[in-house]
Design a protein around this ligand. Sequence first.
Ligand code: ADP
Length: 247
Amino acid sequence: LRHAPSEVKELAQTFNMMLSRLFDAWEQQRQFVSNVSHELRTPLTVVVGYLQSVLRRSTNLNDYQQEALETAASEADRTVRLLQNLLELARADSGSMHFQMESLVLNDLVAEVAGMTEKFSDRLVTVKASTEIEAMADRDRLKQVLINLVDNAVKYSESEQPIILKLERANRQAVIQVCDHGIGIPLQEQTRIFERFYRVDEARSRMSGGHGLGLAIVKTLVEGMGGSITVQSKPGQGSTFILTLLT
Ligand code: ADP
């Protein structure tokens, strides 16, 4: 009460001005990341294309040349994927990511992702579902989410350890679980893994080829579809990512 109303008003104005400046700075940063990613992605995609074409067409490369070209191609490809992920997150931040929501039978989609993984990674992926489960989702986005989670299950477990995709209905919601019996995640890291660029063990994770953006994108996509994602895990025993969607 000791403050005159004009002082309070002034304070509110200053606060609003600070907020608006902060928002402008954040928006500029988002634009910058988006523009840089876009400008780099195009030429780098050309580089990857040429390197792969040289590798395919050359029959007389010595061991050094072969290895150098393969490393260059895979690192450039990894960077293209990083730029794609950054573009996707910048799009999400700007609120311009659109979802084509429809009522989907999840069983088919889950089976499709399991089949693709088995084909490309040579790993056994078991689907468990006792009934047909439907949910509201954007088909392509949900597929992207599942591929990301199953890819991680493959990366962070040994080849003989099973990967299971479970489908069920709970409290009028659809639940998809992606379970692995791999290295697991320590309790204190379990919320942090959804942050951008966060990786549990930098050295070990780097060998797996990602940049720590996969789960940040998964969370953004799932929440964009009105769902949620959590993880349950024990180091040395494995991890289960639990995806809940509206029906
Ligand atoms: P990355 O590209 O590093 O895989 P993600 O965002 O997909 O990035 O995952 C972030 C981190 O979470 C990973 O670096 C890894 O340490 C941990 N992680 C993700 N999935 C699993 C899993 N299924 N088992 C164990 N650790 C995992």
